[in-house]
Design a protein around this ligand. Structure first.
Ligand SMILES: [Zn+2]
Length: 300
């Protein structure tokens, strides 16, 4: 590989891919395996950067590394590996999503995110949905709406905002009769609302044997959910709870909240290999609460 004359291209093609490796080299200088893989210009680049580290003022060297890091981030926004979308079948690079960006997150064809693909994978593996179910989908996600509609008997969508779904409903006070649906789906919704009220309402509108399927942002390392009534402004909520209109950050006790409502609980995730193949967030779970009682008879 020859060294291009243009400095910017040289930076992007040589320094950027090596940036991570450089950090590793400096951190573990005796790791022979890494340097053994390097050849030609790669070795020269490492030698150049090591020399620059010795000769340049700290500020200038850090600036050089920062530029390389920034360029690496920009390049990675378009995806770093080929992955497979289980929803639309796309195979290729997924784009970044969110701030700070999550790399390899969004399928460019169906625009699904990690949680959408996990939902579909869990349904395919565990048959959460079937053609006999009547479903209510809160805050419907475009990436999985078509999939859900094709899997069940009928699907009604609902949102607290008017014009966003079939029904305008407040999840804390649902204006529907009891035992009306076989399945309620609410992904990344409960962290926005009074979840005790919402869970009670979801339990009420489900038929006996019905399922509540949910996903939430959760920190499995926390025994208890983080809630703080002194946090009120959007900026404070983003800092404390991860998003401007979240009102808590769940810990492991999310399960207790579902169980306390009266549901029986199952949870489903993906293996490490599946996370790598389908672009999933490692450790993400699909929670399925089942209302005790007989499964609703068909065609009721
Ligand atoms: Zn897709």
């Amino acid at each position: 590989m020859s060294c291009p004359g243009n400095g910017a291209i040289w930076c992007l093609t040589v320094i950027v891919p090596l940036h991570g490796r450089m950090e590793h080299e400096f951190a573990r200088p005796n790791l022979k395996g890494c340097t053994a893989e390097l050849k030609g210009v790669e070795r020269m680049t490492i030698a150049f950067l090591k020399l620059a580290r010795k000769l340049l003022p700290v500020g200038l060297y850090n600036g050089l590394i920062s530029v390389a890091y920034l360029a690496k981030v920009v390049i990675s926004l378009g995806g770093t590996v080929r992955q497979t979308c289980p929803i639309c079948g796309f195979i290729g690079r997924f784009s970044a999503f969110g701030l700070p960006p999550r790399f390899n997150a969004r399928c460019p064809k169906c625009r699904s995110l990690e949680r959408h693909r996990l939902f579909v994978l869990c349904d395919v593996k565990h048959e959460l949905l079937n053609t006999q179910q009547s479903v209510l989908h809160f805050a419907p996600e475009e990436a999985i709406s078509t999939f859900i509609s094709g899997r069940v008997r009928d699907c009604t969508t609902a949102d607290i905002e008017s014009g966003q779904a079939d029904l305008q409903l407040d999840l804390e006070n649902v204006d529907l009769p009891g035992a009306a649906f076989d399945v309620v789906i609410a992904n990344h919704v409960l962290e926005h609302v009074d979840d005790a009220k919402a869970l009670k309402e979801i339990f009420r509108i489900l038929r006996p044997g019905g399922r509540f399927i949910s996903m939430v942002p959760i920190v499995e390392g926390w025994e208890r959910t983080y809630e703080n009534p002194s946090i009120r402004t959007p900026a404070e909520r983003e800092h404390h709870f991860g998003w401007r209109d979240h009102v808590r950050y769940y810990g492991r006790d999310y399960r207790d909240r579902i169980l306390r409502t009266g549901f029986q609980l199952e949870e489903f995730g993906a293996s490490g290999a599946e996370c790598a193949k389908y672009g999933l967030v490692r450790g993400d779970k699909v929670f399925v609460g089942t209302k005790p009682g007989a499964v609703a008879s068909l065609g009721d």
